[in-house]
Design a binder for this molecule. Structure first.
Ligand code: ADP
Ligand code: MG
Length: 588
């Protein structure tokens, strides 16, 4: 008996399906691409039960006749490629003829289509790869494909599905990417009866439509920080929208890269973009929709089952063109922005969030000029005749005053104690809040006027997943409309401005992931850190009693030397250090 067997067709089809169809969003991506390949100008999408119940895509494209419909379901059935070399000159999204075959293998599928000139529309229905019915249908222009009960016959795969909310956010992202890349096509997305996206294509040209899309998809606040970039080298064009250096975000969410309008994940493109920002980046991340147009022969989209990776034939050229284009355009804009911002320059030390480009443009602060000064006493070299900096908590403080509305100065132990007011306040708030939280006693303050945050649809999905947990953390969040979150109550310790709340929520929705996954302590630390950072004090000026009270509070914290982000809260310049500066020798 031979041990090698040829696998039966239905097993083969499920294996193939596993590569192309990883999750509901992969089905949706393939169906949208087919509609685009069919020349659709309008694509309507309906989703039920996070895509497991139903994924329905209706387009007004060129349609299929009865014969095409039957052929379309077969493996390697494609109208887009006939000889291998065509693979390198294709302008269509599909070419492998695997998508419908794969979807058919793992769902109950119904295709309805009408092709101009045919005597009637046709509809074909089946499940798990077997055709059940084939009937005439109404002559409605275009094609409708409905994939129901996804993975009904592959329970093992169904188990790998994430939560509904996670699958929904992948589905939404798929439509968002298609809509960014095909700004001339109308998109509408309805999930469980609610319209999440309605993006008509207006007669305004590429940039107009791209801007409208970006505003709808990124949300107004991210959109407001975007700048247009555009560049060309022989054989290649780059264009798109990227964050201005003063409008960077906390994470990499909202980054979209496209090669010939195909969404790709490409470390090369991301690195090229980042290089374009150079020193302006300061650890933060741009939002972007970057489009690369290349000759189809200059890259290979066939190296990944879901065509998400691409291989470029001339990586260096692409890297250089992208980074130079971004860099030059940003520099132009930065010069304009600095010129406009100049009268404000004196305010930069009191502004809670100094725009990154001004920070970067200023000469670096001589932070580490005197080594050791910025370290906590525990890190000081102890021993010998070296004067040991005393623990500030043990000494009396007398308040000397405030510097640049940012630093508090105290006489302490015969030396000078310099405290970063915001960092100290953050540390105090952070520990007070975590303490209340761990005792289950977060004091909550309802807001008379709720604060609004406009989010992207996928961020909104994440926020909704976290709503219950956020409530236990003292934040009462509601939804208004598909993409506006409302803050109705917050921990009494915090005070948020409207933009700060929007940033806080945007950041959380990007870093938190799945509520049930993360450890409770990590979740608490993340929310406490972010809330402290975004919660600004009502005024920067501090009265002497307030300064001393802050120091009392700080004295009681577990780590009075660092803010929750790890920056120092204070340093001590001893009498000896000061004397040395005046060359008075080592006598204190
Ligand atoms: P591919 O897109 O790689 O060719 P698919 O399995 O996705 O393979 O589709 C098979 C074929 O079915 C396509 O080549 C196309 O001719 C036809 N087809 C699929 N979807 C549509 C649609 N929405 N409108 C018109 N034709 C379609
Ligand atoms: Mg296809």
């Amino acid at each position: 008996m031979p041990e090698i067997k040829v696998l039966p067709e239905d097993v083969v089809s499920k294996i193939a399906a596993g590569e192309v169809i990883e999750r509901p969003a992969s089905v949706l991506k393939e169906l949208i691409e087919n509609s685009l390949d069919a020349g659709a100008s309008k694509i309507e999408i309906e989703i039920k039960k996070a895509g497991r119940g139903l994924i329905r895509v209706h387009d007004d494209g060129r349609g299929m006749d009865r014969e095409d419909l039957r052929l379309a379901l077969g493996r390697h059935a494609t109208s887009k490629l006939s000889v291998f070399d065509d693979l390198y000159s294709l302008a269509t999204f599909g070419f492998r003829g695997e998508a419908l075959y794969s979807v058919f293998a793992v769902s109950r599928l119904k295709l309805t289509s009408f092709k101009a000139g045919a005597d009637s529309g046709y509809s074909i229905e089946g499940e798990g790869g077997r055709v059940i019915a084939d009937l005439p249908a109404a002559p409605v222009k275009g094609t409708t494909i409905e994939a129901a009960d996804l993975f009904f016959n592959t329970p093992a795969r169904a188990k790998f599905m994430k939560s509904d909310a996670a699958e929904r956010s992948h589905l939404i992202k798929t439509v968002e990417e298609a809509a960014l890349a095909n700004a001339g096509v109308s998109f509408r997305l309805v999930i469980d009866g609610a319209e999440l996206l309605n993006l008509p294509a207006l007669p305004g040209g590429l940039w107009e439509n791209l801007k409208n899309r970006a505003a709808a998809i990124f949300g107004k606040s991210v959109y407001a920080g975007l700048a247009r970039v555009e560049g060309k080298t022989p054989g290649m064009a780059v264009y798109g929208l990227v964050s201005r250096p003063d409008a960077l975000g906390a994470t990499r969410a909202n980054q979209h890269y496209f090669v010939n309008r195909r969404p790709v994940s490409s470390a090369l493109l991301r690195q090229a973009l980042y290089r374009g920002y150079g020193h302006m980046l300061t650890g933060r991340h741009p939002a972007c929709a970057v489009f690369i147009e290349l000759d189809p022969g200059a890259f290979d989209a066939n190296i990944h089952p879901q065509k998400r990776d691409v291989k470029f034939s001339s990586e260096n050229e692409i890297f250089k063109t992208v980074s130079n284009t971004v860099h030059e355009e940003l520099l132009k804009k930065q010069t304009a922005a600095v010129a406009m911002a100049a009268p404000e320059a004196g305010r930069q030390f009191t502004a809670p969030d100094v725009p990154a480009y001004r920070e970067a443009a200023a000469p670096p602060a001589p932070a580490a000029e005197a080594p050791g000064l910025f370290e906590a006493p525990t890190a000081h070299p102890h021993g010998g005749l070296q004067p040991v900096a005393a623990d500030w908590r043990a000494s009396d403080l007398s308040y000397l005053g405030q510097l640049a509305k940012s630093y508090l100065l105290f006489e302490s132990d015969g030396g000078l104690l310099v405290v970063d007011q915001h960092a100290a306040q953050e540390r105090v708030l952070f520990e007070k809040y975590l303490d209340e939280f761990s005792r289950g006693a977060v004091k909550v303050q309802p807001l008379l006027v709720p604060l609004e945050a406009e989010l992207s649809r996928s961020q909104m999905e994440t926020v909704l997943k976290w709503r219950d947990w956020m409530k236990s953390a003292g934040f009462e969040i509601d939804q208004r409309g598909p993409a506006v979150a409302l803050l109705r109550a917050a921990p009494a310790l915090f005070y948020f401005s409207q933009p700060a709340f929007a940033e806080f929520l945007g950041y959380l929705s990007e870093v938190l992931g799945e509520p049930e996954r993360a450890a409770e302590e990590i979740k608490r630390n993340v929310i406490a850190t972010m809330a402290c950072k975004k919660s600004i004090k009502a005024h920067d000026f501090v009265k002497p009693q307030e300064a001393l009270r802050l120091m009392d509070d700080l004295r009681r914290t577990k780590d009075s030397y660092h803010c929750p982000h790890g920056r120092p809260t204070l340093f001590h310049l001893s009498g000896v250090d000061i004397a040395r500066r005046f060359q008075r020798g080592s006598a204190a």
